[in-house]
Each structure stands twice: as C-alpha cells, then as structure tokens.
Design a protein around this ligand. Structure first.
Ligand code: ADP
Ligand code: MG
Length: 314
C-alpha cells in the first residue's frame, strides 16, 4: 500500500460547548505502534472514534489506509479492527460465540467463521473458557477476548483504546506481548494510554494529547531528549556527610534532593558541565562521594515537565 497508514490534518471535534479535539495533526507511515498518551478527558477516545468512523469530526480530515473516514467509512471499516472502552463484546455469549458472530457479520461463511474463531481462541489462550459466557471471564481474559474480537477481520490497522487500563500486571504484560507480536507481523497499531510505561515499552512513536491538542510528539527517545533532564545520584558514607553535600550544592545554586534514610543526594543535570561542577564543589570541601549514578530522563519526566508548563510544547 502506498502513502501513510494514518494521516490526520487539522482534526477538531466539538460537542455542545466542549472542545474535545482542537487542530490535531498526525501521520503514521507504515507498521509499528503509535501511542496516544494523555490524561482522562484529553481527547483520546474521540480521536480513536473518529479514525474508526464511529464519530464524525467537526473540522479537518483524516484518512486511514488512504481512505477518508468521512467519505469512505465502509472502506475504512474493512481495514481496521477496533477494541476498547466503548466497543461491546456480548457478555451473554461465549468467546467462541462472539468471535463466530463477528466473523459472520464480516461476511465469512459458517465454516470459515468457526475456523477463524478457533484460531483466535488458541492465539489468545482462551481455549479453557471458550464456551462459557463472557460475563464469567476474569479481567485479563475479557481483555484478550476484546482484542481477539478486533482481529477477526485480520485488519491492517488496529485501534486499541486504553487496552490495559485496570488490568493486573501479569495480564498487562501478556497483552503487551501480543501487541508487540502483532506490530512485528506488520499490523499498524494505534493505542491510547494513560500509562507512560506502556507508551515507552510498546510505541515506536508517541503523541502526547493535552486538552484536545498535540502537546508533544516523537519517538520515546526524542521526547526524553527534548526534556533533557538527566539526574545524578550520589551516595555518601554517612547521614551527616550527605546533609553537608546537599547544603553545599544548594549554596552553589543547584537543586539537590536529600534522601536522609539512604544517605543520598539527587540533583538534576541541566548543562553538560553540571556534573563536573558538582564534583568540584564537593571536592573543594573534601566531601568524599561514594557511588555516583547518572539516570537518563524517563517519560514520566517528560509528562511532568509538560504538565508544569501548562501543556506548552517544549
Ligand atoms: N458524547 C460527548 N458529549 C459531550 N462531551 C463529550 C462526549 N464525548 C467526549 N466528550 C468530552 O470531550 C473531552 C474528551 O473526551 P474523550 O475523548 O473521551 O477523552 P479521553 O478518552 O482522553 O478520556 C472530554 O472533556 C469529554 O467530557
Ligand atoms: Mg477515553
């Protein structure tokens, strides 16, 4: 397929008095995972609903697999799979019942529908519960069934709206593995999440949404580098030395954080020479440093920094 898998230009959506999306642009070339990261109310579900043709935009355009979501919704729907917050799997049906029904709705003949359901039940480790009503499933099983339901039509693009919200860590890891495999096999995955860790772990690219706008975007590494907040942590022989070190650094205009219990001092590194300056000012007073570690910024730092600046792009 030529052209980008997903292209969004100037997308806006207003509900009576509420602006859910405001001039969103994004572009996703080939396969891989794009994470849309944002708090509750940021506009994630609205964006995914527009891209999967369940809501109309108020302004702007969006294409998925080259098809305009407003003018060619059926062509879009044939190529995408959707799972998430507002997509219903029928609780009274079993996993098999749901998957067969969806396959039939997508036009498969009965035998082919049963075969596809069987494949997905195996892939998603649902065999033991395949013929029980979905309402008896655990949270993790239910989420795997949701995901399987979105994949019945073997879509090019998969939309996942907060796929791991509320899941326990084991189920979450299981889901991450599945999503990673799908992306490796060429499916384009666009997922929304409130979890930095999830975006960092899964995404090739991240778009940070805040109040309906894209406030930052890039690879996880680019986002971290843009904030550039490396930190150094130094440990000291005893609590008094650590306190003295924090005092000295503070007097030098730095911003140390003193952890009394662990006898450590942590400080942000703003410029290239900061680390050498720290060491020199402690050395002058013959304060010996024990261990010294430098930590790269995490997405949490990015998120917090964006939040502090009122969602201005860095
Ligand atoms: N059907 C609707 N009617 C009115 N306001 C809505 C509707 N859907 C979403 N909103 C509002 O749009 C904003 C974005 O919501 P949403 O896309 O659900 O965000 P998210 O998924 O990131 O939590 C919120 O302020 C929400 O209250
Ligand atoms: Mg949502």
């Amino acid at each position: 397929m030529e052209g980008p898998r997903i292209e969004v230009i100037g997308l806006g959506k207003s509900y009576a008095g509420v602006t859910a999306l405001d001039g969103v642009n994004l572009r996703l070339g080939g396969g891989g995972v794009l994470a849309v990261l944002g708090h509750n109310g940021a506009g994630k579900t609205t964006l995914l609903d527009i891209l999967s043709t369940r809501t109309l935009p108020s302004t702007g355009t969006a294409t998925v697999c080259g098809y305009d979501v407003v003018r060619k919704p059926r062509s879009v729907r044939r190529r995408v799979g959707v799972t998430g917050q507002s997509v219903a799997v029928d609780d009274t049906l079993s996993a098999r019942g749901n998957l067969v029904l969806i396959a039939r709705l997508l036009g498969a003949r009965p035998a082919a529908a049963r075969a596809r359901a069987g494949e997905l039940i195996d892939t998603f480790d649902l065999a033991d519960a395949a013929d029980r009503p979905a309402r008896t499933y655990s949270g993790g099983m239910r989420r795997r069934l949701d995901l399987a339901a979105g994949l019945v039509g073997d879509p090019d693009v998969l939309f996942l709206d907060e796929p791991t919200t509320g899941l326990d860590p084991v189920s979450r890891n299981g889901l991450w593995e599945i999503v990673g495999r799908l992306a490796e096999n060429g499916t384009t995955v666009l997922l929304s999440t409130q979890y930095l860790e999830e975006a960092d772990r899964l995404a090739d690219e991240i778009v940070v949404l805040g109040m309906g706008r894209v406030v930052a975007s890039g690879t996880p590494d680019q986002l971290k580098a843009g904030i550039g907040r490396r930190t150094v942590t130094m440990s000291f022989a005893d609590a008094d030395t650590a306190r003295d070190a924090a005092f000295v650094l503070n007097n030098s205009g730095m911003e140390p954080l003193h952890d009394q219990a662990n006898r450590t001092v942590t400080a942000p590194l703003h410029a290239a020479g900061d680390l050498a300056d720290f060491i020199r000012s402690l050395d002058r007073l013959e304060i010996g440093i024990g261990e010294l570690t430098v930590a790269e910024p995490t997405l949490d730092d990015v998120y917090l920094a964006l939040h502090r600046t009122g969602w201005r792009t860095p």
